[in-house]
Design a protein around this ligand. Structure first.
Ligand code: C2E
Ligand code: MG
Ligand code: MG
Ligand code: MG
Length: 280
């Protein structure tokens, strides 16, 4: 049996798989250099209040411009950053960059502007990264309310030791917590009893197939009612059409994010986009 399994494994190690493994290890090596050499930057996607159209929030999304390959999608390099542990240093950089940007936009655009930053479960291991994010905000003279951390259900389900303490400390400092990609994990929902979550982001796979009378609309409505009952606000991800926006607004969804409003943009483009909008 062992021999069979061994032969099986060898026969499944196709040239394609080998090529993918080589690409992965090259990307891991290049990613190490990317941070030091300034190849990473953040793009900002507006989060729009569906009732008023106001924009006081955005999500910071990491971008990597590889010197040879050009832009590498986060879906390709975030998993590598996580498996190598590089996400800890990269995540610290993302946070500092987002704090610098939110400080500038609070001064220039709107005094209560808020940025969301994604934080993967790996970044909670061993008490978090090298830098104390709460202290960083304090040093910048900023209130916790200027950032929201987007976490995923898997973090709460695994419930590694120290996670709930870290989440409590963040919330004590006024930092918001958002549950990203809601509805795609193994949502037992029992964790909603134990953690205080401020915002819930409905995953784009529910939004994509929204239509009158659809199962997706029923699910969105149920999620929105549940979230509101639990004191959370709701953000729909991946809003691409006016029809989706209207169905979500009618269902009581608080915020929308998606290509209908804008793609993730460089800071200057974000400011120009905002300036071109009719006042809310
Ligand atoms: P996410 O946090 O769920 O981010 C939303 C993703 O949906 C982004 O993909 C965004 O560009 C995309 N998106 C926004 N509107 C639409 C739309 O209308 N239609 C479609 N089809 N897509 C839309 P992106 O930027 O490729 O990021 C992918 C994922 O990578 C993120 O998913 C997040 O999990 C992760 N990620 C990105 N930046 C960071 C970071 O700084 N740290 C960590 N740990 N993860 C990050
Ligand atoms: Mg997110
Ligand atoms: Mg998401
Ligand atoms: Mg995601």
């Amino acid at each position: 049996v062992a021999k069979d399994a061994g032969r099986n494994r060898v026969s499944h190690f196709t040239p394609e798989l080998q090529q993918a493994a080589v690409t992965r290890s090259r990307l891991a090596k290049d990613l190490r250099a990317a941070l030091a050499e300034g190849q990473l930057h953040l793009a900002y996607q507006p989060i729009v209040a569906l009732g008023s159209g106001a924009v006081h929030k955005a999500e910071a999304l990491l971008r990597w411009r590889h010197p040879v390959r050009g832009p590498v999608p986060p879906g390709d390099f975030i998993p590598i950053a996580e498996s190598t542990g590089l996400i800890v240093d990269i995540g610290d950089w993302v946070f500092r960059e987002a704090v610098r940007q939110v400080q500038a936009w609070r001064a220039r655009l709107c005094p209560d502007f808020q940025l969301s930053v994604n934080k993967s479960p790996v970044q909670f291991v061993n008490g978090g990264g090298r830098h104390d994010w709460i202290a960083l905000l304090r040093q910048a003279g900023l209130p916790g309310q200027c950032v929201v951390l987007e976490i995923t259900e898997s973090l709460l389900l695994d419930a590694a030791s120290g996670v709930s303490e870290q989440l409590l400390a963040l919330r004590d400092a006024g930092i918001g917590v958002s549950l990203d990609d809601f509805g795609t994990g193994y949502s037992s929902m029992a964790y909603l009893q134990h953690y205080d979550i401020d915002h819930l982001k409905i995953d784009q796979r529910f939004v994509r197939h929204l239509g009158p009378g659809s199962k997706e609309l029923a699910l969105c409505k149920a999620i929105i009612v549940m979230a509101h009952e639990l004191g959370m606000t709701v953000i729909a991800e991946g809003v691409e059409t006016a029809a989706q926006r209207d169905l979500l607004a009618a269902a009581g969804c608080d915020y929308g994010q998606g290509y209908l409003f804008a793609r993730p943009m460089a800071p200057a483009d974000f400011e120009a986009w905002l300036a071109a909008r009719p006042p809310a």
